[in-house]
Design a protein around this ligand. Structure first.
Ligand code: SAH
Ligand code: SF4
Length: 363
């Protein structure tokens, strides 16, 4: 087994890994081999994207959502959630704060809405942020499925990256975790539209979903390659008790370590396979382990998305249970993160947009 492992690990730079190679790596359980895998992925990151971690301050500005994804805590049907939308000026002020903190870029995220009021609001916010930061602050959007015209308007207003997870590349699982009017093909089409417009596109999946096999995860990684995306944002699936999908996990607490390791393995193998893309170490990892995000960086990720939303709103933006840092303000969050990152020997890319070398090469 160790020999087979070494063979695979030693060829990652010179040869493309096969389906079976990837599957073998994702199936590893041996602690010793896992450590070696993470080390190799970390070396691969250093070689292809360097030792800088980029911050994307994330502003979760509204939990109003017209969709009903079976896994998500802020789905339309969850009537326990108090709905909010941040005040326009508060959103802009958060962006200004991020700029002053020298975060090179921010992410605007919310539930999905497609009405004209909302589209205009986002457009105004983008124009304003670009104006007040002298076009220095990069803006990524994570606002779900929209028409191509809307994507184009937001692009024209200054957004240059878009995150839209495919959630799973297996259509039959996609159909099981969404209501029937949420279409896999439409989500896929959105990714094509975004690329065509010129966005740097990020996608990703939830890891450890019910119905998902290791083969599915291999296919997810092959999907990332086929889509030729610039960034990957993926994280372990975490139960939210008030959602339909929770019924498949009676004792999620017992699964935590498994989900965490699967998440880390996906990061490591994706790094080894795609090499020069940006990969986020997501908050879901930190939910499963207090130092989960650092573990993600050490397994090959190079992006962190600190939450810079106003603390007042955070308790109502719970996509899954036990989301961390609910009562920690943005300042504390920054200081805490900086210390954590320097501690593991990484640098922080202040004042840089931090585009992936992959995107730069392709453009
Ligand atoms: N509405 C937008 C953006 C907000 S949701 C959209 O859906 O694209 C952002 C991401 O949160 C989703 O893509 C999904 O992958 C993730 N998410 C939602 N519920 C989750 C859960 N229970 N566990 C882990 N990730 C979850
Ligand atoms: Fe809405 Fe996004 Fe949650 Fe789906 S995952 S319910 S679109 S916020």
């Amino acid at each position: 087994m160790e020999n087979y492992f070494n063979n695979i690990i030693n060829k990652t730079e010179s040869e493309e890994l096969s389906f079976d190679d990837i599957k073998f790596l994702l199936s590893l359980e041996d602690k010793n081999l896992l450590d070696k895998l993470f080390k190799k992925a970390y070396e691969c990151k250093l070689k292809h994207v360097g030792n800088k971690v980029f911050f994307r301050g994330i502003i979760e500005f509204s939990n109003i959502c017209k969709k009903d994804c079976y896994y998500c805590g802020i789905r339309k049907s969850n009537s326990n959630v108090e709905r909010f939308i941040m005040d326009e000026n508060d959103i802009i002020n958060s962006a200004i704060w991020a700029h002053k903190q020298e975060f090179g870029s921010i992410v605007l995220q919310s539930g999905e809405r497609c009405d004209e009021n909302y589209v205009e609001l986002v457009e105004r916010i983008l124009l304003k942020i670009k104006e007040v930061t002298n076009n220095e602050l990069g803006v990524t959007l994570s606002l779900g499925e929209q028409t191509k015209q809307t994507y184009q308007r937001w692009y024209n207003a200054g957004a240059h990256r878009y995150l839209l997870r495919i959630e799973t590349s297996n259509k039959s699982i996609y159909n099981k975790i969404h209501p029937e009017n949420h279409l896999f093909e439409e989500r896929l089409q959105c990714l094509y539209d975004l690329k065509e417009i010129g966005y740097q596109v990020g996608t990703g999946v939830m890891i450890g979903l019910p119905f998902q096999s290791t083969d599915d995860l291999v296919n997810d990684i092959l999907f990332f390659k086929k889509m030729d995306v610039a960034m990957i944002g993926m994280g372990p699936y975490i139960v939210h008790k008030e959602t339909p999908l929770a019924q498949y996990f009676e004792n999620f607490d017992e699964m935590k370590e498994y989900q965490l390791n699967l998440g880390l393995k996906m990061i490591a193998v994706t790094r080894l396979f795609l090499k020069d893309v940006n990969i986020a170490s997501t908050t879901a990892l930190q939910t499963l382990d207090p130092i989960g995000r650092e573990k993600g960086l050490l397994a090959g990720a190079n992006i962190i998305m600190p939450n810079i939303s106003d603390v007042r709103y955070r308790k109502n933006y719970q996509l899954y249970d036990n989301k961390p840092c609910l009562d920690e303000n943005a300042n504390l969050c920054r200081m805490c993160l900086e210390g954590r990152i320097l501690h593991i020997g990484e640098k922080i890319g202040f004042n840089e947009w931090g585009d992936s070398p992959h995107f730069k090469k392709n453009n």
